[in-house]
Design a protein around this ligand. Structure first.
Ligand SMILES: *Cc1c(COP(=O)(O)O)cnc(C)c1O
Length: 397
């Protein structure tokens, strides 16, 4: 059997042993409902309170600023709708975001546009980033919300969140950041970063799927999306996912404790991959080259289809992605790569390798050895590549 080399950690991660260990008691012995008054319920409630304190402390927040959700998508939806409607109540109908947000943000914004909001999508240009000045220039008297991701899930750019947060604070505009790719991967502190709202998801930092949290700063109004019981201080109804929440707290604790070590390890593996794969002729690294997640590699290879590349790599045990898991299955190139100004033909030939601290040097050596062979094979059977080589079409990269 081919050994599995998992380099799709931006899509999801394996759970850590510590996270699994932290969750098991709450699946069996401590199964109480935290809203119950009896002992079994109250023990669960204590665990919930402890997890909230832990998560809060790990991002520089206060416990009552943390709202547990079903994951990053729900947190994004709630933050954006909440801030939009709070703005509307004051006659503000303008929102600022970027062209390369996750679909949980973009699709929520599209819905709000249908409801009468106006959204400015800042261009990310070929360098794969935006500046705080661009945000400042886009702010208007009727701007209700700025929502800009902390780090991009496809191309790995880390955005200037602290500076954008400062601009928003000065202009008194609510600032939300989708930090799903950042929390547990790079240093995040809600106070130093000047953010009002922040979304995170456990399964991106070795916690379980189906659980995440929304940070909402004291004084920033928060509306609930889900009606029902009084859980999460009446902002998110539904019996709490205690096991998932405790596992998330353990996973985040482990990630933050080992942050420096993991970042160094991943960045070294990343740079080895980039330098190895850049030797492939007519290839290109996408995203910000300097301000970049330690675990992200995203490259385009001219003349081939990303999907064929993925299937052949999978046959060699390499689990990668062509961009976002949400766009795979459709043949459209990713909106992220198009937002960087890449032509359709080039954007089609993309490969995202996203690392975690579980990856090894041997795995990276294997990838660097195998990808060029597969690219060469696909080019040998590609009519597009033939036309490029004959000079019938100009090379674009
Ligand atoms: C994965 C991801 C999400 C969605 O999180 P879920 O917990 O899967 O709903 C949102 N934003 C970004 C940037 C992501 O990478």
């Amino acid at each position: 059997m081919v050994k599995t080399v998992y380099v799709d950690n931006a899509a999801t991660t394996a759970m850590s042993d510590m996270a699994i260990k932290a969750m098991t008691p709450y699946l069996k012995e401590v199964y109480g409902n935290p809203s119950s008054l009896h002992t079994v319920g109250q023990v669960a409630k204590e665990a919930l309170d402890k997890a909230r304190e832990e998560v809060a402390a790990l991002i520089g927040a206060k416990p009552n600023e943390i709202y547990f959700t079903s994951g990053g998508s729900e947190a994004d939806n709630q933050a954006i709708r909440s801030a939009a409607y709070a703005g509307l109540a004051k006659g503000k109908k303008h929102i600022i975001s970027t062209a390369f947000e996750h679909h949980a943000v973009l699709h929520t914004l599209k819905k709000l546009e249908k409801e009468g909001f106006e959204v400015t999508y800042l261009d990310v240009h070929s360098h794969g980033n935006i500046t705080a000045e661009e945000v400042e220039r886009a702010i208007r008297p009727d701007t209700a919300l700025v929502t800009v991701m902390y780090a991009n899930n496809e191309v790995g750019s880390v955005l200037p969140i602290r500076e954008i947060g400062k601009v928003c604070r000065d202009k008194k505009v609510i600032f939300h950041t989708d930090a799903v790719q950042a929390v547990g991967h790079i240093p995040v502190n809600v106070v130093e970063d000047n953010v009002d709202m922040l979304s995170a998801s456990a399964h991106k930092f070795h916690g379980p799927k189906g659980v995440g949290f929304l940070y909402c700063r004291t004084g920033v109004p928060l509306k609930n999306l889900i009606e029902g019981g009084a859980q999460e201080r009446k902002r998110r109804a539904g019996t709490e996912n205690i096991a998932g929440i405790c596992a998330m707290a353990a996973a985040l604790n482990e990630a933050v404790e080992n942050l420096d070590k993991n970042m160094k390890k991943e960045a070294a593996l990343r740079d080895k991959l980039i330098s190895g794969l850049s030797k492939i002729p007519h290839s290109k690294l996408n995203g910000d080259t300097k301000s970049r997640l330690p675990g992200n590699v995203n490259m385009c290879f001219e003349g081939i289809e990303g999907e064929s590349l993925l299937l052949l790599l999978d046959a060699k045990g390499i689990c990668a992605s062509s961009g976002s898991a949400c766009t795979s299955g459709s043949l459209d190139p990713s909106h992220v790569l198009l937002s960087l100004g890449l032509p359709h033909e080039v954007a089609h030939g993309s490969l995202r390798l996203s690392l975690s601290e579980y990856n090894t040097e041997e795995e990276v050596d294997y990838i660097v050895a195998e990808v060029p062979k597969v690219v060469e094979y696909l080019r040998s059977i590609s009519p597009v590549w033939e036309a490029l080589e004959k000079g019938e079409k100009p090379h674009l990269i």
